[in-house]
Design a protein around this ligand. Structure first.
Ligand code: G
Ligand code: G
Ligand code: MN
Ligand code: NA
Length: 252
């Protein structure tokens, strides 16, 4: 309850910051976009990880207002970067609870209109768990995609994945879970799994990105297996807005 009240107050007072983690074309080394990752900056406790407060926000329904705030911040900031000559795609995490909020599509349209960010420069990351209600989820994602927004399946391979339904999902990108990347450079099974995911993604005209890359050897193994987008500490940790801004200008 204490945490819950604190969180409610924090949402009212906007005690959050968005960090951005680069997404890299591992063949050319070029920056292609970034994932928006929220942090709670508590006046006394300092920075609190989303692992600690997102579950509470989900249980209490506060994720609806917090999620809208995060989306607006990320779109507004990305529009600024666009206007300064950086054509990047920003990826924002949506929790299952948000997918099933009734005005989700209108909320997203409003945020795009308000911020002026063209829809093709926004991607939403969802997890496989939403496909427990396959038809409902598919219909909602289809409406989002019709706006021109991209959809990515986060943590792919850890949840409700089945090759029988993936072909019909309105999804643009598969994000291979970090657990398969961790040992890819010395584990045949992880390599085989990544290779299979890449093959399926390609045949379905989907993009594929690896997350949790920490080592050059992992990059080499990913390249060998046809995965050419990546994200991880090797390239950069998630960066505060100012730091990401500096990173951008150096990268140019
Ligand atoms: O940024 P970090 O690696 O600490 O994130 C931890 C977890 O919190 C991840 O599972 C990530 O997806 C989740 N998370 C981070 N930012 C957001 C957000 O803006 N919305 C939602 N729903 N989850 C987020
Ligand atoms: O669940 P999701 O993929 O949205 O969460 C991203 C999380 O992964 C964030 O908490 C982010 O800080 C973390 N992360 C990003 N890159 C790396 C990495 O290279 N290694 C590890 N261990 N975590 C990472
Ligand atoms: Mn994510
Ligand atoms: Na993930």
């Amino acid at each position: 309850i204490l945490m819950e009240n604190e969180l409610r107050k924090a949402i009212e007072q906007e005690h959050f910051q968005i960090y951005y983690q680069p997404k890299i074309d591992i063949v050319t080394g070029k920056l292609t976009g970034m994932e928006a990752l929220v942090r709670w900056v508590h006046p006394e406790l300092g920075v609190i990880s989303p692992i600690r407060f997102i579950p509470i926000a989900e249980e209490t329904g506060m994720i609806i207002s917090l999620g809208e705030w995060i989306l607006r911040q990320a779109c507004r900031q990305n529009k600024l970067w666009h206007d300064q000559g950086f054509p990047l795609k920003v990826s924002v995490n949506l929790s299952a609870r948000q997918i099933y909020q009734k005005d989700l599509v209108d909320m997203i349209k409003n945020v795009l209109e308000e911020t002026g960010l063209p829809p093709e420069w926004l991607e939403l990351e969802i997890t496989e768990s939403i496909f427990v209600k396959l038809e409902e989820a598919t219909a909602i994602l289809q409406q989002i995609r019709d706006i021109g927004i991209r959809i990515s399946i986060d943590d792919f391979g850890t949840g409700y994945s089945s090759f029988s339904y993936i072909k019909s999902l309105p999804v643009d990108t598969i994000k291979i879970d970090a657990s398969f990347i961790r040992d890819i450079h010395h584990n045949q099974e992880s390599q085989a799994i990544v290779k299979a995911i890449v093959t399926i993604a390609q045949s379905l005209n989907m993009n594929v990105i690896a997350e949790g890359i920490e080592l050059d050897d992992q990059v080499a193994a990913l390249q060998e297996n046809g995965c050419d987008l990546g994200q991880g500490y090797l390239f950069s940790r998630p960066l505060a807005t100012d730091d990401f801004d500096r990173y951008l200008r150096k990268d140019l």
